[in-house]
Ligand binder design. Structure first.
Ligand code: MN
Ligand code: MN
Length: 300
């Protein structure tokens, strides 16, 4: 029985970097732990790992009979299919609680901050474990990514402080410039299929007994999607039918102009119009100032 640290399905940079940073810490305090991931890494994460010379975590989607630290999620719909047969040793996360249960007591580090790596930085500090340069670098990048370079309403003072300390350890002089490099890498949609784009950063949620899926693509220029809208809508429709979902949405987030174009396929569009106090035009709407799925979409 081995112990793994692993983030959510459709992994983002925070999930991948958390698996690595938490595993290193656990190994330092005498607990063997292997970093893992549930899916392919996105172009932004690839940029981060290359920049700091880190290996991709192990691709592993089944955890029956294993010990598991879950990082950057606790929503059962983002967990491995056989999570009920794994022993959950702990959770490190910054999302709302979503219904996971365990058979045994566990370690929990859950805080309303902008990034899981901010919490992991606190865990390093509390165990007085030194953070190596390369790990500090990827943790710093995860914070820049999750907080949209400190612009997201999810970003707290704790995140900016942790990010600055990590940048100092990693020898990064200009964090905002590094953040822009990340989002330029993230904006790389060349050659990707509509399904790859819709599911690149996609989460399903259980809402009043109905399944609702929300994908998000954060880019530096929304013009990138001008010729892709029809394909994206067709795929959202297909995804909705395949999973018996009530609604599937895609947030096309413009990080430069701070807002999101929301594409919607739903059994009842009026629910969405009511939730956001807007009127849809051709199943789309521009939501100014909306950057965060977690804080500005899901609660409504
Ligand atoms: Mn995440
Ligand atoms: Mn996160």
């Amino acid at each position: 029985m081995a112990t793994y640290a692993c983030g959510h399905i459709n992994p983002d940079s925070d999930s991948i970097c958390s698996a690595i940073s938490l595993s290193y810490l656990k190994n330092q305090i005498g607990e063997e732990c292997i970093p893992a991931r549930q899916g392919e890494i996105n172009p932004e994460t690839e940029f981060i790992l290359n920049k700091f010379g880190m290996e991709k975590p192990l691709l592993k989607t089944s955890y029956a009979g294993e010990n598991l630290y879950i990082v950057d999620y606790n929503n059962p719909l983002e967990a491995p299919k056989d999570i009920k047969e794994a022993t959950i040793k702990g959770i490190v996360d910054h999302h709302k609680l979503g219904g996971l249960t365990t058979d045994e007591p566990l370690e929990c580090w859950i805080r309303p901050v902008g990034c899981t790596n901010t919490i992991i930085k606190e865990i390093y500090d509390s165990y007085k474990v030194e953070i190596p340069k390369d790990i500090a670098g990827i943790m710093c990048c995860a914070i820049l990514s999750d907080t949209v370079i400190f612009k997201s309403p999810t970003c707290t003072k704790v995140d900016t402080k942790a990010c600055k300390e990590l940048a100092r350890i990693a020898g990064i002089e200009d964090v905002k410039a590094l953040g822009m490099q990340l989002f330029n890498a993230k904006s790389d949609i060349a050659g990707a299929t509509a399904r790859e784009l819709v599911t690149r950063d996609y989460k399903d949620f259980e809402m009043n007994g109905k399944k609702v899926g929300v994908g998000q693509l954060e880019v530096v220029d929304l013009g990138l999607f001008d010729n892709l809208k029809d394909d994206l809508f067709a795929d959202l429709k297909a995804l909705k039918e395949e999973g018996g979902r009530h609604t599937v949405m895609l947030l096309l987030t413009d990080i430069m102009n701070t807002g999101s174009q929301l594409l919607i396929v739903s059994d009842d569009e009026s629910v969405i119009e009511k939730a956001f106090g807007v009127e849809l035009k051709n199943s789309e709407v521009w939501l100014p100032k909306v950057l965060s799925r977690k804080k500005q979409i899901i609660p409504f």
